[in-house]
Write a protein that binds this ligand. Structure first.
Ligand code: GDD
Ligand code: MG
Length: 360
């Protein structure tokens, strides 16, 4: 049996002001809390036991996922009193693992949407005999990630977290946030204090001559660090670009959840999700967007690549592009909201308050 640790800590503040009291892993993507996709994908790859290592708003996970049996999993929860960092969080749950010292243990960052072939990563780990194996992906701008150069055999030669200088950017291969650790390696991480696996554990292991193996591929991969990425990821799940067994219903251009109301002439495209109890009124056009539970899009509004929070309302003829509207906010009629704007939860924007276009 393969077991896994899912890291779902961190501050999770980057989705604010969309969600004040909902940690990012619980924000819905393609109709279910994002974390469901990671859990379901792990299960589909044969993982049966998962320990959730949490530090922030941890109390929301267990009431929702329970013992994991609904997903065919045995789930356990461990909450840190103070955030222990990625390495500290892994070490902190070691006592919950059932694996023997040489067994492979999977570890996942909790904010990644990917088509990773999990079984292939474990197979790479076993055939290479590595101490730790890492999923790597290539990105255009690697500065926000951990850089992982490898030799021609795939063996990791360095780990450079968030490079600061141009000289440090030695590769476009980055840490994609999924690892296989040999169980006994987890036990070497110091206990009881914050440890960063990226800044401390990996560099120390390399310095000590340990074998870290990289598996580079070009499968779907997205870090959900920003609301824009979150909306993109949700749309990709709905359209089937990002594979997940947890998407409710068939993949297609739109996902309308039960109890949502959509006017017959409203147009929903580009992987749009309409949440439970949400309303899309006549003539509205919604593309590539996520409309959360109970939100209302009034007649003739045009929503593109945006996240509309739970219970929020977007007024008639208002256009919203690349924006985040917080839970419970009311945006009046005939407004124009553009790229990057975030409306706070419960804020009220009167009719005809904002526009970008010039006078006709
Ligand atoms: N339990 C717990 N405790 N989890 C934590 C803690 C903590 O103190 N700190 C971070 N995590 C979790 C986060 O919730 C996330 O799921 C994961 O560990 C990675 O932390 P982030 O804060 O999201 O790191 P990052 O996105 O800046 O960088 C990481 O991910 C990149 C890929 O997206 C690094 O692993 C990079 O090397 C990597 O390239
Ligand atoms: Mg992250």
């Amino acid at each position: 049996m393969t077991e896994a640790i899912l890291l779902v800590g961190g501050k999770g503040t980057r989705l604010r002001p969309l969600t004040v009291n909902t940690p990012k892993p619980m924000v819905h993507a393609a109709g279910v809390p994002f974390l469901t996709h990671q859990l379901a994908r792990a299960r589909a790859a044969g993982v049966e036991h998962i320990v959730l290592a949490t530090s922030y708003l941890a109390e929301v996970f267990e009431p929702h996922f329970g013992d994991g049996s609904a997903l065919g999993l045995h789930l356990e929860y461990v909450t840190e009193e103070e955030p222990l960092g990625t390495g500290g969080a892994i070490r902190n749950v070691a006592s919950r693992l059932h694996s023997g010292p040489d067994d492979p243990v999977l570890i996942f960052n909790g904010d990644i949407l990917t088509g990773l072939d999990i079984r292939a990563l474990v197979a790479t780990h076993e055939s290479s005999g590595a101490d730790v194996s890492l999923h790597l992906t290539r990105v255009e701008d690697p500065r926000a990630f951990g850089l992982v150069p490898t030799d021609p055999t795939g063996r990791v030669t360095a780990f450079l977290e968030k490079p600061q200088t141009p000289e440090e950017i030695v590769t476009d291969q980055i840490n994609a946030g999924a690892y296989v650790f040999r169980r006994s390696v987890i036990d070497t991480i110091p206990a009881g204090r914050p440890v960063s696996v990226e800044r401390e554990t990996f560099p120390d292991l390399l310095a000590a001559g340990a074998h870290l193996q990289g598996m580079v591929d070009s499968t779907y991969w997205l870090d959900l660090g920003t609301p824009q990425a979150f909306v993109r990821g949700s749309a990709d799940l709905v359209q089937g670009r990002a594979p997940s067994p947890a998407v409710p219903g068939r993949c297609g251009d739109r996902l309308v959840l039960p109890t949502a109301t959509v006017a017959p002439d409203a147009k929903l495209t580009g992987g749009t999700v309409v949440g439970e109890g949400a309303t899309i009124e006549a003539g509205a056009r919604v593309s590539g967007s996520t409309i959360l539970t109970g939100a209302t899009i009034e007649a003739g509004a045009v929503i593109t690549d945006s996240l509309i929070g739970a219970g929020a309302r977007v007024g008639a003829r208002t256009t919203v592009t690349g924006a985040v509207i917080g839970d419970g906010a009311h945006v009046g009629a005939d407004n124009e909201l553009r790229d990057g704007v975030r409306v706070w939860c419960d804020a009220i924007l009167p009719n005809r308050s904002l526009r970008f276009s010039s006078d006709q």
